[in-house]
Design a protein around this ligand. Sequence first.
Ligand SMILES: Cc1cc2nc3c(=O)[nH]c(=O)nc-3n(C[C@H](O)[C@H](O)[C@H](O)COP(=O)(O)OP(=O)(O)OC[C@H]3O[C@@H](n4cnc5c(N)ncnc54)[C@H](O)[C@@H]3O)c2cc1C
Length: 370
Amino acid sequence: MNTSADIIIIGAGIAGASLANELSSNHSVILLEAETQPGYHSTGRSAAVFLPTSGPGLILSLVHASGDFFHNTPQGFCEHPLLSPRTTMMIAKSGDDEHFDLGLSNGMQEISTTQALEKVPAINTQNYTKFSIDPQTFDIDVDALLAAHIKRLKKNAGQLVTNAQVIKLGHHNNLWTVTTKQQEFNAPIIVNAAGAWADHVAELAGLKALSIQPKRRSAALIDVSDKWDVSHWPFVIAAGDRFYFRPIGKKLMISPADQTPVEPHDAWADDMALAHAMEDFQQATGFEVTHLEHTWAGLRSFAPDEHPVIGFDPRAKGFFWLAGQGGYGIETSPAISRIASAFIAQQNIPADIKALGIEQSSLHPERFIS
Ligand SMILES: Cc1cc2nc3c(=O)[nH]c(=O)nc-3n(C[C@H](O)[C@H](O)[C@H](O)COP(=O)(O)OP(=O)(O)OC[C@H]3O[C@@H](n4cnc5c(N)ncnc54)[C@H](O)[C@@H]3O)c2cc1C
């Protein structure tokens, strides 16, 4: 095993893995992951949707900038298409007009109650009276995406080292020493792609944290197969992100869309939040949930302005941030990894992404450093 490289990336979620692949064609790269497998934390717990009509403006631009990769995945990247169609449907009650209209202004199309019932026959149209869809949304095969990045990293002679929690960082003579429980690694450039632990990794390097806040999001899987075949149902969001549900095979994932600030940890579901979501689901469909097959939670990590943080830290030579992707880190990963790769090469944002109005200053960590 090599312990020296041009670039060491800390964290093998989608952020670290996609950048590792991107960089490995012309750099030596070591990707260090604390857990026994890549994608164990947020990346492996997402709702896995590609949703170009939901999120703040900058995120929407990053999603659009990622669309080409997902729709026209480079030949040989993986064996199957990464996207499969999954319409998104917003359901709204009286009083939800502001959120409903925001969806329309982001490109959702209003549909009639009859059309909504054709998509989800279970909807209680006494409680929910307005509906819109985005037919251009998709499920992302996150496992295949992550596996393909790792495979290509290895093909390019890059290394993934699991069970490698970074516990110490030192910097001397323009070289970082990265200490894990087992080993030491060296590189002139290190990338902080540690997700919810991004601030913690910065602190290991002696840097003041940037206040990247992990927020818990809970989810549960329920079995409704006795009553409905849900496999073709859309991804259903209650206006204002009150809760959402989506098919996973023949079952339904339901999330309260909670976003509770927490310390970084191996997250588990918030029972109270799930109980509220089950009530909301019952009001929306009439289905009384008596049993949760499986529950889980993941951490969505946000910078104070809720934009990703991508760039070299001006306080420490060779320390690069790749963090704060919030609830959008999978669908934006193609664009974000290209931007990060360009910044590491001291280049500007790739022209096609810049043309969508994305500026370096909105992403750079400098915006939080006085
Ligand atoms: C319930 C839920 C639904 C979501 N739905 C969507 C969605 O539909 N679409 C979408 O695009 N996004 C979605 N997201 C958001 C998305 O999952 C995240 O933005 C994305 O996974 C973040 O990737 P990451 O690589 O930054 O973090 P992670 O996947 O958490 O990876 C960070 C890695 O760093 C490792 N690490 C931390 N500290 C160290 C250390 N000291 N040494 C070594 N390794 C370390 C961790 O073990 C971890 O594996 C959702 C998130 C949740 C929780």
